[in-house]
Design a protein around this ligand. Structure first.
Ligand code: ADP
Length: 301
């Protein structure tokens, strides 16, 4: 069992200030509380997969600054292969500035920095790694041309390509045809299928439309309702675990990382989704993004 998972995606540092209310344009407000958290969907999913037992290599780009260097050190500490986390000499590391008010309302500005400069040529340098992974997992916070290039490379090598289409963005059919699996939440599935999701019939309809675009299997996550699977011609709903939800941040990222680990271990899709439901249910009971990602021992008990 090799369990090799290659994640290509974003690395950000989230800088969060909790305050009474959000400042108006031009206004300066004092009195906030500051936190710095590692983030970026690519990094969250790489860390999730590593904590759940995957042998993960992360392909990403950071800046030559303390945020980038610190991120690489953190990935190493998680046991993630960082040979292909590149350092861009000109671009800063990706950062998200997040303001959260007393009611949980937020205002977020993201500067993608080096993430936007992860190019197809960078994937060429990592070709052996991409071709040797059991599974390639990607999201949409890095350039589309790079995602397409990597998907084709892995597909041609006979590898399973999984895409989490977040944040929602138009997807070329050439990319969809490379996908072994698409894992989308309701909003993303609605966006890609052009169908409103209101009940289980419409979830199945959205999954059908996505499959008709060339995707082999579709998983639509449904928050507290669990997940819907379309595996080839069969449909299946897996209920979520009943937990006291505290913060849903990174639930989807945990889910994606977990599905990849289980599939890389040779499990079937339904079993992989059941495992992912258990892992993501733990994430929603804890605050934060990477800080809330569970370890394998927590999911199996
Ligand atoms: P995203 O975080 O991408 O918006 P979802 O909200 O659909 O995605 O959540 C992803 C997965 O996390 C769900 O399929 C489920 O397994 C788990 N999950 C999310 N919210 C809850 C909840 N309230 N209780 C239990 N599990 C949850």
């Amino acid at each position: 069992m090799s369990r090799k998972i290659v994640v290509i995606g974003s690395c950000n540092t989230d800088m969060v200030i909790n305050m009474e209310r959000l400042p108006l344009p031009g206004e300066t407000l004092l009195g906030g509380k500051f936190f710095m958290n590692p983030g970026g969907k690519g990094a969250n999913q790489a860390v999730a997969a590593a904590r759940l037992g995957g042998k993960v290599t992360f392909i990403a780009k950071v800046g030559n600054d303390p945020f980038g260097i610190r991120s690489i050190d953190q990935y190493k500490a998680e046991g993630i292969g960082t040979k292909h986390v590149l350092i861009d000499k000109e671009q800063p590391s990706g950062v998200a500035l997040i303001l959260v008010d007393a009611y949980g309302e937020n205002s977020i500005a993201v500067a993608s920095g080096a993430n936007a400069h992860l190019l197809p040529a960078d994937i060429d340098h990592a070709q052996k790694t991409v071709e040797e992974g059991d599974i390639l997992l990607m999201q949409l916070e890095t350039p589309m041309e790079t995602i397409e290039h990597a998907a084709l490379m892995a597909k041609q090598a006979g590898r399973k390509v999984i895409l989490n289409p977040a944040p929602a963005h138009p997807l070329p059919e050439s990319l969809l045809r490379c996908l072994y699996m698409l894992i989308a939440n309701e909003t993303e599935a609605e966006y890609i299928s052009g169908t409103q999701i209101t009940d289980m019939d419409s979830v199945a309809r959205a999954a059908d439309i996505i499959c008709n675009k060339g995707v082999e299997n579709v998983v639509i996550t449904l928050g507290a309702k669990g997940a819907f699977i379309k595996e080839k011609a069969t449909y299946h709903q897996v209920p979520a675990l009943k937990v006291k939800a505290v913060d849903a941040t990174a639930a989807g990222d945990t889910f994606c990382g977990a599905v990849c680990v289980a599939l890389a271990e040779g499990k079937g899709i339904t079993e992989a989704v059941e495992f992912a439901n258990r892992a993501a249910a733990i994430t929603v009971t804890r605050m934060g993004a990477q800080s809330s990602l569970p370890y394998r021992r927590e999911v199996e008990c």
